[in-house]
Design a protein around this ligand. Structure first.
Ligand SMILES: Nc1ncnc2c1ncn2[C@@H]1O[C@H](COP(=O)(O)OP(=O)(O)OP(=O)(O)O)[C@@H](O)[C@H]1O
Ligand SMILES: [Mg+2]
Length: 322
């Protein structure tokens, strides 16, 4: 068993049994178009759950159904064990959500935005406002008008609003959308802080490398259907393949492919040879190559990044077909 597997299993073992968001056989038709197709997912307490899929895959539609903003055609969503369709008013105070860009009062300060929105929720204490402003890193700019905020700061204020009532579940639809690299880093830091707070977060995103760094689990959907659901570690583990940097890589590839253990070998775009090893042991691969006259510059376990997995699983097809 390799290290990645152990990590994935440890992450699984530490996972709480409590299901916070239960999506059960959910479908949504828009006319003839099936935007979400028999989708089932469980998000457990403490998960930082990445919800991935190409444009038009059905992420926002799923999130709108999860929040009771639109009705499913079939299936149901339960939050904290209660049916969203019938118990929406009771559940919503326990859920914080940010769908696309937040609706903010631009002429008011960040803090006054929190106060105004807090008032519509039945009032919110100064201490709680301090807390969420601290969490999203806006304490210093809280008195400035939101008009003067960067896009990233506005998004973070949106997350602060979602956090106001200290929700059990935070649902964020593309929170890093449109942010520049600095804004993305800020959002990533914020997600890490939320994870440390023990929050349960369901986050849809196109930023695959971000998801890889932030999330404990991911689901990938395409054409409204679940393609896979797993830990990030399990999805990106190398399936016992090795990455070999070697001169005359084409020749080495031909030789390796002629072996039973190496028949699936291939070269990556940068010329790295990816192959299994004899008896799945890296040292045997090293020896084999040496004996054949290939001295490797490096041999390491191959890992795939989430983007490669994503493109493979969704076959690089866009879901946005008529
Ligand atoms: N109100 C609507 N009426 C008709 N079709 C809709 C409506 N909303 C979404 N769709 C369609 O449903 C499908 C899923 O859309 P959705 O917005 O859920 O995708 P998404 O995964 O959030 O995409 P993106 O990554 O672009 O945000 C698409 O084909 C879209 O055109
Ligand atoms: Mg969307």
């Amino acid at each position: 068993m390799n290290e990645t597997l152990i990590t994935a299993q440890t992450a699984n073992a530490a996972r709480s049994n409590e299901v916070v968001l239960h999506i059960d056989n959910l479908s949504k038709h828009y006319g003839k178009r099936l935007a979400v197709n028999s989708l089932s997912l469980d998000v457990h307490r403490g998960d930082i759950f990445g919800f991935l899929g190409p444009n038009g895959a059905g992420k926002t539609t799923t999130i709108r159904m999860a929040l009771g903003l639109i009705a499913p055609s079939e299936g149901k969503v339960e939050i904290l064990g209660q049916d969203v369709a019938t118990q929406r008013a009771r559940i919503l105070p326990r859920v914080g959500a940010l769908i696309e860009t937040p609706a903010l009062y631009l002429y008011m300060s960040g803090r006054d935005n929190l106060r105004a929105i807090g008032a519509t929720l039945g009032g919110v204490s100064n201490a709680r406002m301090d807390e969420v402003l601290g969490l999203v890193g806006l304490l210093k700019r809280q008195k400035d008008r939101v008009r003067t905020y960067s896009l990233g700061m506005k998004q973070r204020l949106g997350v602060a609003i979602a956090l106001l009532q200290n929700p059990d579940l935070l649902i964020l639809d593309e929170p890093a959308n449109g942010l520049d690299p600095a804004g993305i880093v800020e959002m990533r830091d914020l997600m890490h802080r939320l994870a440390q707070e023990g929050k349960t977060v369901f986050i849809s995103s196109h930023q695959l490398s971000e998801v890889q760094q932030i999330c404990t689990r991911v689901a990938i959907i395409n054409f409204g259907k679940l393609v896979t659901e797993s830990t990030v570690e399990a999805l990106t583990e190398g399936k016992r393949e090795y990455a070999v940097k070697v001169e005359r890589a084409q020749e080495a590839l031909r030789l390796v492919k002629a072996q039973t253990w190496g028949c699936d070998a291939y070269l990556e775009a940068d010329g790295t040879l990816i192959t299994r090893a004899p008896d799945d042991r890296g040292r045997n691969l090293n020896l084999f190559l040496m004996q054949a006259g290939f001295v490797a510059d490096s041999i390491g376990q191959a890992t795939q990044d989430l983007e490669q997995v994503f493109l493979k699983l969704t076959d690089n097809v866009q879901g946005d077909v008529a």
